[in-house]
Design a binder for this molecule. Sequence first.
Ligand code: PMP
Length: 418
Amino acid sequence: MPGGNTRSTVFREPYPVYAARGRGSRIIDVDGVERIDFTNNYTALVHGHAHPRIVKAARRAIERGSCFGTPTESEIRLAEALTERVPSFEQVRFMNSGTEAVMMAVKAARAFTGRRKIAKCEGAYHGGYDFVDVSVAPREGLWGPPGDPAAVPSGAGTWPSVTTDTVIVPFNDADAATRILSAHARDLAAVIIDPLPNRLGLIPASAEFLNAVQRFCKANDVLLISDEVISFRLHRAGAQRKFGYAADLTVLGKLIGGGFPVGALAGRQEIMAVFDSRGTGPLVAHAGTFNANPVTMAAGLAALELLTPEAIATLDELGARCREEIRRAITGSGVPWQVSGMGSLFRIHPITGPLRDYRSTRATPKAARLLAMIMMELLNLGVFIDAGGFGCASTVMDEGDAAHLGSALSAALSAEAP
Ligand code: PMP
């Protein structure tokens, strides 16, 4: 395997930790070292590792056969659990990753509107599909003016020609966004928004920005796609409920699979009809050998059933406690850092200024290296966390885990910070 593994996100220099097993809030590596797992596979494990109810549901499903060339009742059950939670989820389709769900959202939006362009925020990550794999983490020299960000393909494999169909708006700048979107209004199929974009600093979209985008979409018959692959956990009815808007289409993933590969697209029936195979066939074919895999569906349903409003309240309290502990460690050590986040999610920033948009949350390469070093030091102190400072609580953690995060960060900062 090039570089030794198959997932860019989890690679670390000189080599990543290899997990052997997980149990509740703990991850145990192949050397037998146990740590508190604050990555929870980047939010896929909202109930920690090997939750007994999820294991039981998955085991029961797999004993009946792991996949079929037919639909199963399990997908109806998970679809019902989702549509029952969120008013804008009139219909659902399942796939195997958030990336696929975004891809199908883009195709559905194009088919429904008959237009080709997609708008996204500078710095927002929506998976690896080419038309959203633009301006995800552009280098400073390539940014363009703040009020009119350049569209920058994310890597050498994303061809620059996609940038003619991908429009970039600055996050949280309502005026600039309205101006840019308006200039493309007639060609725009959809605007895709994550109201708490992780890679964009895990800072919330302002009400003014969300209002402006919604207003624009309504006035111009442009679809609003909400990417809640991570942010769905903020409320029983998802991030759109937390932030007070209704999306035309919503992209889901991670937690709704209970720890198994998953993606879902949910939205208005009228739009979702592009996937309807009846009659003359679908406007957008949506195949996939493992779509709505029954093991995933069963595990996902168990995970959703466990994610009650009470569980979310406890989760959010734990998240707040983690942020508080991090803040205290930062203040105590005197480093010019800060922490962002909401609900059960947090991100540590090796920078001081106000966090408003992609550019203001982007650390210098030197600061990012220092952060990665401190996160590496945390591995030695019993805390498993992402090298970029992203973490989350799970429902099986407790206050002691949050306190451990704080004391380990204090120790790491005093050992390593200049
Ligand atoms: N959207 C967002 C907001 C994400 O965070 C991710 C994955 N981290 C994706 C889409 C893509 O999901 P997946 O990794 O399941 O393809």
